[in-house]
Design a protein around this ligand. Structure first.
Ligand code: PEP
Ligand code: MG
Length: 568
């Protein structure tokens, strides 16, 4: 087979010569060191050189690409200086009298095992970072003082068995036509950097054993197709695709500054989903009109302890200020389910998605939650912050959450702290219980944001993380669509707005349905904003309403998916 399928990560079409990068041999055997003290010094010297190299990469990235992309390398410097890492290596050296190479490998393997066993995909990807920094130290210890830096001399497609973020950073983007990596996932840092740089990227296990250095290759980062043999015909086909992609980008650029409005004048607010204040820049670069979901749990992850009120205040204030008066919907902590935070010491559960999660945890740990509410309210003075509660299933929960918010407002008033007295308060609509009671909830909040990711899993009784039942997890299912309709209608009957912030917001096939149902806002990954705007501009609200009528007569998700395919 000359065409193989990879996992598409970053869109774009690549045609070019293969530059094969296999990790420097890390074969390390246990060897006794001559002197433990000398070995400790050797490790420290190599680690310090590694820190220096990563600092250089950090500075280069900071100047060429900005703080956000560079921040990955700050994390690497922290890892290299991390006491657990350093002391870990030193104690292996002390206990076993081995060489530094073996000690670093031992500590690396332990860390990797821990990260790879984690349920959270983001955390699993961190194993790559550990491999990256340890690999650098090992290569330096082995005498490769450039630690395997890339030396691309002509435009090439990078094919690697384990491309590290520092590799991506060292590459000159003008020389990298595309990347195919054997490992990683959509949230790996290498993938994130590639996406930001606009480099086509696919993941394909075993690719390094299927290609030779210097051979011609072509692949499509959107479809995931990889052509191992590039015939004249394929070459022509990919050149055409390349041109189409280039034209599409140019077309989308021109949409900046235009409205997301249908041919018959119906406007949808297109917002971005973010996990950190820096992401607001991406929303603005893509001309997003607001922030529809700030997942604040990311502020609580990858650290030893909860972020303080001041840290959170700074993050929320920065985001609000960046958006200059445009809405910023900040969701209160949604930890639990697949998002774990060790220091919160949440006991392991049989069904974490049905357990101690999100608002349930916050209502149980009120003093802890109040820290976040104080920070949010104080930051509301600096922009158009909206507060949103996740995972609500009952009116009691909502009332209790609002009561606690009022208590916090009272505390701030007594302290003389400024905040927006009428900060809008909304709720995620992500449980069937909330959706069915939407008419009642709508009288209690200022807006609804539909979390389709969870609404689908709870409606269909399908764990969103379980690949075995993934075929049952469908955003097209009529049960899900009926709940969405109920939510939107209830919102409008009560004079409040309704949006979607789950992944289905940017589903191109469903977009006419969202327009037909009258969604006011769609919040999505920033890169989806312009393509969705373009599609909205080609739709007519009246046609979309007719389509909704037809679709709602169908009885299965498959029928609906098929019907939507035909009207694209
Ligand atoms: C959702 O459930 O659709 C949602 C946006 O929240 P999360 O993906 O963070 O659970
Ligand atoms: Mg959710």
């Amino acid at each position: 087979m000359n065409t193989i399928k990879g996992v598409p990560i970053s869109s774009g079409i690549a045609i070019g010569k293969v530059y094969l990068k296999k990790a420097v041999s890390e074969e390390i055997t246990f060897t006794k060191a001559e002197s433990k003290d000398e070995e400790k010094k050797r490790f420290q010297a190599s680690r310090e050189l590694a820190v220096k190299q990563v600092e250089e990469i950090y500075q280069e990235m900071l100047h060429s690409k900005g703080e956000q992309e560079a921040s990955i390398f700050l994390a690497h410097i922290e890892m290299l200086n991390d006491t657990e890492f350093v002391k870990g290596v030193e104690s292996v050296l002390e206990e076993s009298g081995c060489t530094s190479e073996w000690a670093v490998k031992t500590v690396r393997d332990n860390f990797v095992k821990i990260f790879e066993a984690m349920d959270d995909e983001y955390m699993r990807e961190r194993a790559m970072d550990i491999k990256d920094i340890s690999g650098r130290v090992i290569r330096i210890l082995k005498g490769d003082v450039n630690a395997g830096s890339l030396k691309l001399t002509e435009p090439s497609i990078m094919i690697s068995d384990d491309l590290a973020p520092s590799d991506t950073a060292q590459m000159k983007p003008e020389l990298v036509l595309g990347i195919i990596n054997e490992t990683g996932g959509p949230t790996s840092h290498a993938a994130i950097i590639a996406r930001m740089l606009g480099i086509p990227f696919c993941i394909c296990p075993r690719i390094t054993s299927l290609v030779n250095n210097g051979q011609l290759l072509a692949f499509d980062g959107e479809e995931g197709n990889i052509e191992l043999e590039v015939t004249e015909e394929i070459l022509e086909d990919y050149r055409e695709k390349q041109e189409t992609f280039r034209q599409k980008k140019l077309r989308l650029e021109k949409l900046k500054g235009t409205k997301s409005i249908t041919k018959d004048g119906y406007e949808v607010l297109l917002a971005g989903n973010i996990g950190a204040p820096e992401d607001a820049d991406k929303v603005q670069q893509q001309d997003g009109q607001s922030i529809g979901l700030f997942r604040t749990e990311f502020l609580y992850m990858n650290r030893e302890d909860s972020p303080t009120e001041e840290e959170q205040f700074a993050a929320y204030k920065e985001t609000a200020e960046k958006m200059q008066g445009r809405p910023v919907v900040i969701r209160t902590l949604d930890i639990g389910g697949d998002k774990e935070v060790d220091y919160l010491r949440i006991p392991k559960e049989e069904n974490p998605f049905l357990g101690y999660r999100a608002i349930r945890l916050c209502l149980d740990r009120v003093p802890f939650w109040k820290v976040q509410l104080r920070a949010l309210l104080r930051a509301s003075e600096f922009g158009n912050i909206h507060i949103m509660f996740p995972m609500i299933v009952s009116i009691e929960e909502l009332v209790q959450a609002k009561q606690i918010l009022e208590e916090v407002k009272g505390e701030l008033r007594r302290e003389g702290a400024a905040f927006n007295e009428s900060v809008p308060v909304g709720m995620m609509m992500e449980t069937p219980a909330a959706a069915l009671m939407a008419d009642v909830f709508a009288k209690e909040v200022d807006f609804f944001s539909i979390g389709t990711n969870d609404l689908i899993q709870y409606t269909m009784a399908v764990d969103r993380m379980n690949g075995k039942v993934a075929h049952l997890y469908s955003q097209y299912d009529p049960a899900v669509l009926r709940l969405v309709k109920k939510i939107v209608d209830s919102a409008h009957e009560n004079g409040i707005w309704a949006g979607i912030c789950g992944e289905a917001a940017a589903d191109k096939a469903l977009l006419p349905i969202w327009v037909g149902l009258g969604l006011d806002e769609l919040s999505m990954s920033p890169v989806s904003i312009l393509p969705i705007r373009e599609q909205i501009q080609g739709l007519s609200k009246a046609d979309c309403e007719n389509l909704v009528k037809k679709i709602f007569l169908l009885r299965t998700g498959n029928e609906i998916e098929e019907a939507l395919k035909h009207c694209r």
